[in-house]
Design a protein around this ligand. Structure first.
Ligand SMILES: *Cc1c(COP(=O)(O)O)cnc(C)c1O
Length: 420
């Protein structure tokens, strides 16, 4: 891949990295290789490719040229050495974790997790003898206290959802490395525009590309990115040897791909990768506007008599404000806000009055979105768990889009007016 000069800024790289128009018949958009399988002219060629001696393609479940273009772009944007794109963000979470775990192993995770990740870690993995120890992600003493000789990794989300808590990534990486453990970070909510966890010491980054990276809600997708720096010491990771022998610094990514991705069949559709790349072109612009809108909307909501409280890391008194300043370097505080109305009935009335803002289960879209998490994604959770996860009957979550802030505020205004 012709790499653009390193001197190019993120906003330029997001558009130009991985572009190869001259090998695409001059096309400025990546071709969609809509094929299940690839022809090999000789038996020797197919044999060499199966043996891993070429980077040619064989079969879509293994690799695909359109997917590879997206992989190259995302690895570069996160400052990683390689990436594998997958069918969904949950495929990325599952594959990254399972590549690190064997029956009887444990890992430590922040407890402020995306809903399906929470269920995977606490309910599904437990059935296979894999134990997640959940702790407050912002309490590194708790993280340290949970480490034992069965621990295989530490897992954090850059911005917890819906708590909007931001962990101290550099300190977590230092703690992990002091115990020969890798730090795995779900960077979906920050995106590499706001934060590049590998630069703060993380070893693996993953995303649901469905959210900000795509930005238009047009395709579900995920990616695992390998920083290529973790040494995988044999005492903690005895099963890494063949992957280290084969791929050296990309041992982890090879394991994710060869053991999990190929055999679980978590293939990304090339058309989805194409849609994600179209979205990615405007990531920097969209993030700028979403982050600016989130800041304006948080302040607008705070002034409203109908709104009891607003949770937004951009406020000086927010417990994660210092971490946001350090890790997001003044570019913003994320595009999510949660706020409290009088009660659940007020939330339902508010949602039914909205005219511009969309009510649906997604985030990171160019459209402003709201949801009432208590009665939707988390409806089957018991009350105590919901409260522990920062979800309350009177709480709305808002994902700031890129519309004109005045129009979003006007819609919020008419929906809030006169609410109890
Ligand atoms: C949405 C999301 C996921 C899961 O991604 P899907 O693409 O929906 O499978 C994982 N982590 C975070 C932080 C998310 O927001």
């Amino acid at each position: 891949m012709p790499k653009p000069p390193q001197s190019h800024r993120f906003d330029t790289l997001v558009i130009h990295s991985g572009q190869e128009p001259l090998s695409w018949e001059g096309a400025t958009l990546p071709p969609i290789f809509q094929t299940a399988s690839h022809l090999h002219p000789t038996a020797e060629s197919l044999s060499r490719t199966f043996a891993g001696e070429t980077t040619d393609h064989i079969y879509q479940r293994l690799t695909n040229p359109t997917n590879r273009t997206l992989e190259n772009k995302l690895a570069l944007l996160e400052g990683g050495r390689g990436a594998v794109v997958m069918s969904s963000g949950m495929a990325a979470v599952t594959n990254a974790c399972l590549a690190l775990l064997r029956a009887g192993d444990e890992f430590i995770s922040g407890n402020s997790l995306f809903m399906s990740t929470y269920l995977l870690f606490t309910k599904v993995f437990a059935k296979y003898g894999l134990k997640a120890r959940l702790v407050e992600p912002t309490d590194l003493k708790a993280v340290a206290g949970a480490i034992n000789n069965r621990t295989r990794f530490i897992y954090l989300e850059t911005i917890g959802n819906p708590k909007l808590d931001i962990p101290d990534l550099a300190a977590a990486a230092e703690l992990a490395h002091a115990h020969n453990l890798p730090l795995v970070v779900d960077n979906t909510l920050a995106t590499p525009f706001l934060c590049r966890p590998l630069e703060w010491g993380a070893d693996v980054v993953l995303h649901s590309t469905t959210k900000y990276l795509n930005g238009h809600g047009s395709a579900v997708g995920g990616v695992v990115i390998d920083g290529g720096t973790f040494p995988w010491p044999a005492d903690r990771f005895p099963d890494f040897k063949p992957f280290i022998d084969r791929k050296g610094p990309l041992a982890f990514l090879d394991k994710v791909w060869r053991e999990q991705h190929i055999n679980f069949g978590t293939t990304a559709a090339p058309f989805h990768s194409f849609l994600t790349m179209i979205g990615l072109d405007t990531l920097a612009l969209r993030m700028e506007r979403s982050l600016a809108n989130a800041s304006l909307l948080a302040r607008f909501l705070k002034e409203r008599p109908e709104v009891a409280w607003v949770n937004y890391p951009g406020f000086d008194n927010h417990q994660s404000h210092p971490a946001a300043l350090r890790y997001f370097e003044g570019k913003g505080y994320g595009g999510l806000i949660t706020f409290g109305l009088k009660d659940q009935a007020a939330c339902f009335a508010f949602i039914s009055r909205l005219r511009l803002i969309y009510h649906l289960a997604n985030l990171g879209d160019c459209k402003t979105l709201v949801i009432h998490p208590w009665s939707s994604q988390y409806v089957s959770f018991d009350d105590d768990t919901r409260r522990e996860l920062g979800i309350f009957p009177e709480m709305i979550r808002l994902s700031a889009g890129i519309e004109a802030a005045e129009d979003i505020c006007a819609d919020l205004d008419q929906a809030l007016n006169g609410l109890g």
